[in-house]
Design a protein around this ligand. Sequence first.
Ligand code: UD1
Length: 417
Amino acid sequence: MEALIVEGGARLNGEVTVSGAKNAVLPILAATLLTDEECVIENVPDLRDVRTMLSLLEELGVEWSWQKNVVRIRASEIKNPVAPYDLVKTMRASVLVLGPLVAREGYAEVSMPGGCAIGERPIDLHIKGLRKLGVEVELRHGYVVAKVDRLRGGMYVFDKVTVTGTENVLMAAVLAEGETILENVAQEPEVWDLIAVLKKMGAKIEKLDGNILRVSGVDRLRGFKHKVMPDRIEAATFLIAGAMAGDEVVVRGAEPEHMVAVLSKLESCGVRIERVEGGLKVFGCDVIKAVDMETFPYPGFPTDVQAQYMAMMSIADGTSVITENIFERRFMHVAELRRMGADITVDGKRAVVRGVEKLIGAPVMASDLRASSSLVLAALVAEGTSKVSRIYHLDRGYERFDEKLRMLGAKIRRVRE
Ligand code: UD1
């Protein structure tokens, strides 16, 4: 296993470019199952999750090649519409093949994501939505088995906003017979990137008032060429890094329109951010003000930036309350931040963060993807050396994170444990 060794205190300066968005490329890769024609995807980040999705697609019979950041991919035929446990357990987003497979083949078997059961932590809303389109779904030996003769349009209101749930049901609806109305759909920019791709493929999707999509099913879809949108979560992470440990850092590729909640929150904390050509410039902030924050579905503050924001609040001036509304138990980074001297208490979905003067370097362990980046951010400003273990989580979703930070001046290196 690999770890990162970070010497705290180095100032960040210069430019960093954000990669293509993980949460956009994963559904787009799944969408290639909807056509037998070649698809070309540009700006593909080299991430472990992307490699997992490609392995899964390969398992289904898809052929692909990857050069620089361009993936050429073709699902001429689906040899085996089964997403096995071994792959799905490493990445929940594997479930994104369910909708496209059942739309293309009328049959799919997808392993339930590890530890989940229908009704609990959950893909229950994906399944309910597919059922509304006429799909018969049952759970057999830990697999979701879905089959349908002919998908037909239907009306479905998501009980709760779900990003991959919206994407899954949408990818089935585009090939259904007749019209589908989906209400309370996720509004995340990554969903819109997928919609842009589906439209290029010939899908008929229209946004009605509110969070409603109208889909008019078509008989077949064609190949496409698409450049993946920049990763707004990675961009936010670098902005926070710049505010905490930087002098002046330009984050190229950051799309301010996708980051309104994060930018306004950072500004309330006293962080200065300017628009520059092709991105955003952040200035290091000597005194970061403590400001409460709650996560919400887009356009609210993203849960995927909660941990990084908490790292920043842990050295802020004053006390803040961070409320996590999307995922239960998404506070696993708290115990590790405390090991570095942060003063944080958790009560249910709220964390009270009392800013401390300084953090102290320590050995810490990454528990999930965004928790890992928050620990690196904390380590950048901590006094002394930190070791962040289990960074395979980080490599799932950040392309060359340590290398990009090193280019900005961070003292960070990767070691084998
Ligand atoms: C996606 C993102 C992830 C992000 C999350 C929330 C991808 C690949 N991943 O995950 O990075 O943190 O959105 O912005 O895009 N839920 C149900 N039933 C369901 C589905 C979800 O109850 O069938 C609940 C979840 O437990 C959670 C909430 O809905 O409480 C939102 O989850 P969801 O938007 O589905 O997250 P993902 O799509 O898995």
